[in-house]
Design a protein around this ligand. Structure first.
Ligand code: ISL
Length: 550
């Protein structure tokens, strides 16, 4: 395998995602805010995190929790003021961390002044900043769905045309064919870069280009047609050249439905586009844990990107339910499982992302009625199912496991009312398990998940092998559905990672080449003597171990 690509500060980084509205509420209005993030920065810094990814804070009607922007250059009042944001930037930098902003340029809110102007008349100068089409056969211009609605088109009575939206009708897509629009977006990006931020997470960035003529899809339910259309990479190269390339920053592109070959077009180090890829071949396409499928996906992406571009490693975020519930064990082995998943994500090739609450093993949630949910994607889908005749309770049950709200319930700080998140009424209910599952209790526990993350991140940062070492699965367990055993090698350093992703003990027959090696334990998620030599004959349920091998 090719040697690791050239080194860069962000390749050794660990990213922590702050969904600020659920992180900490400083003023008791029930919604998290930027002042609250400032007050909890030490919690993030003490983990050893390098980059804080902040979900969108721009002015927004909040139909999609900030991903429907109505002014790119102001902070929404719910989050705070520009002064608060600037203090957050300073306080993040003062703690030696970097701030990555979430930038949404595929679409705006339907209340953005640009769209208000665009929809006012067919000859408005900003008409072409969005995508407008005449009806076809008396209906929508084509048969496409959107991510959040049965049709990607909404009729506008005043100008008697449809406008296009990849997500909700409150999120009209920008027309990236328009050079004036593109220049305005680049100016906005430089507005934030000139404030001293350290990078962007680029939302839905694979959707910017649309196909000529918007032909009907053979299978409207498979929404891949929304992504990776011709012209996309021309826009990304222009974007990079007009903005990112002029600053010492990091960019990560959120790109659904890409293969490793397509992913490399975004992040190939010779491409002049983006730095890191955030793909969804696991979270969007692997509904529940499947070890062999997971191993295949990891192999494909390693072979496709390693030495040429940088992948991200994550199993949850604000759009995907909590990893210990979806891909691990959130019952009797919750603590061990949370640590095993973390060990895997921090030792596989790629930059690891921690989603707030993951570091204390927070779990998914099950509310009793659709009214208790907030997620526009879930509520729209529920309405579509029930509108189509589905039993309401059955529709709710079918949507609960993957509802984005599973990961959006408030951060659980302690066992005081509302888990110490707010003194008011939380915008979304706190997970009822907060009394037993919260940061204060975890930090006081001898088997603290947080303290394990601290150790994991420390050994990653003290050694280059995790960021730059080649990845090799041990053939003895390549097809094992429980055990995942691999090495990372850089120069003379080899680390061996052994994971038992199952509720049962798993015996291991170590190959002779390892039985005679000088093996030393670096980290374990069960009580063990770090530094002890020798390899275990068995791994306990959800046991994870990292060894150095000489
Ligand atoms: O979560 C997904 C599908 O279940 C992802 O594919 C995701 O919806 C998609 O990649 C885009 O997500 C981003 O843009 C959306 C916003 O709702 C999401 O929160 C954001 O992560 C529209 O801006």
């Amino acid at each position: 395998m090719a040697a690791a690509a050239n080194q860069a500060w962000w390749k050794k980084a660990v990213v922590y995602q702050v969904y600020w509205r659920s992180f900490y509420d400083s003023d008791g209005d029930g919604c998290g805010d930027l002042e609250g993030v400032i007050r909890k920065l030490d919690h993030i810094r003490d983990l050893g995190v390098d980059i804080v990814w902040l979900n969108p804070v721009y002015e927004s009607p909040d139909r999609d929790n900030g991903y429907d922007i109505s002014n790119y250059e102001t902070v929404m009042a719910k989050a705070g003021t520009m002064e608060t944001w600037e203090r957050l930037l300073r306080e993040t930098h003062r703690r030696g961390m970097k701030l990555m902003m979430d930038m949404v340029v595929n679409h705006t809110s339907d209340r953005h002044p640009w769209f208000v102007e665009s929809r006012s008349s067919r000859d408005n100068p900003k008409r072409d900043w969005y995508i407008w089409k005449d009806p076809k056969d008396g209906g929508a211009p084509n048969n496409w769905r959107s991510y959040f609605s049965p049709s990607a088109w909404t009729w506008d009575e005043r100008t008697e045309q449809y406008y296009f939206h990849s997500f909700a009708s409150e999120q009209p897509d920008l027309n990236w064919r328009n050079p004036e629009l593109r220049e305005e977006i680049y100016r906005t990006m430089r507005f934030w870069l000139d404030k001293g931020i350290d990078g962007f997470r680029l939302d839905a960035i694979a959707l910017l280009a649309k196909p000529d003529g918007f032909p009907d899809a053979e299978n409207p339910a498979d929404i891949r047609y929304l992504t990776n259309n011709p012209g996309l990479h021309d826009y990304l190269r222009e974007m990079n050249e007009r903005t990112f390339a002029r600053y010492d920053i990091v960019t990560v592109g959120e790109a659904a439905f890409v293969t490793p070959e397509e992913g490399l077009k975004f992040v190939g180090e010779d491409r002049g586009e983006l730095n890191m890829l955030f793909h969804f071949e696991i979270c969007d396409e692997m509904p529940e844990w499947d070890m062999l499928r997971f191993k295949r996906i990891q192999r494909r992406w390693y072979e496709g990107l390693w030495g040429k571009g940088t992948n991200s490693q994550f199993l949850n975020n604000h759009d995907h339910t909590r990893q210990v519930s979806r891909y691990g064990n959130d019952g009797p082995y919750r603590v061990q499982s949370a640590k095993l998943l973390a060990t895997m994500l921090h030792t596989l090739p790629g930059v690891p992302y921690i989603y707030q609450g993951e570091e204390i093993g927070m779990t998914g949630v099950r509310f009793g009625s659709i009214e208790e949910y907030d997620d526009i994607a879930m509520k729209n889908k529920y309405a579509e199912l029930v509108g189509g005749g589905a039993d309401p309770q059955e529709a709710l049950r079918s949507l609960q496991p993957l509802s984005r709200d599973n990961s959006r319930t408030p951060m659980q700080w302690d066992d005081s009312p509302n888990a110490g998140f707010t003194t008011g009424t939380p915008w979304i209910r706190v997970n009822p398990n907060y009394r037993d599952l919260n940061a204060a209790k975890d930090l006081a526990a001898p088997d603290s998940v947080y303290r394990y993350y601290q150790q994991l991140i420390r050994i990653r940062k003290e050694n280059d092998v995790m960021a730059y070492g080649d990845f090799t699965e041990l053939p003895e367990w390549m097809d094992d559905e429980r055990l995942y055993v691999y090495t990372r090698t850089l120069g003379g350093t080899t680390w061996l990672i052994a994971l038992n992703h199952s509720d049962e003990p798993s015996p291991l027959e170590w190959p002779a080449r390892l039985r005679g090696a000088n093996v030393r334990l670096l980290l374990a998620n069960y009580p063990a003597d770090v530094g002890q030599s020798g390899l275990p004959a068995t791994l306990r349920p959800h046991e994870a171990r990292i060894y150095s091998v000489e």
